[in-house]
Design a protein around this ligand. Structure first.
Ligand SMILES: C=C(O[C@@H]1C=C(C(=O)O)C=C[C@H]1O)C(=O)O
Length: 86
């Protein structure tokens, strides 16, 4: 029996990756923005910049991606915090 599998269209797949990256970038930028707004509002009200249990929830959310998911979540949290101690 002959195989009927066709080679993937790399050009087309790369276009999809380009679109996905643009969307991921947009979402990350918005996430950082929202996280900073929340942090600033909480600090202005006399609270802390970081909320530990909420950050644990975020880390757990990325667990399906494995160890790299945790790294990714850490980077996202770090980006939203900005410099600590301010
Ligand atoms: C955005 C918040 O503030 C901080 C930033 C978080 C985030 O980027 O997900 C989570 C917890 C807080 O440390 C929040 O409390 O929801």
């Amino acid at each position: 029996m002959e195989s009927t599998t066709t080679a993937p269209d790399i050009t087309e797949l790369r276009e999809e990756i380009d679109h996905l990256d643009a969307e991921i970038l947009r979402l990350i930028q918005r996430r950082v923005e929202v996280s900073k707004i929340i942090g600033a509002a909480r600090m202005a009200a006399g609270g802390t910049k970081i909320v530990h249990n909420r950050e644990i929830d975020v880390l757990n959310r990325y667990k399906p991606l494995g160890p790299e998911g945790k790294d990714l979540a850490m980077v996202l949290l770090k980006m939203g915090r900005g410099p600590l101690g301010r």
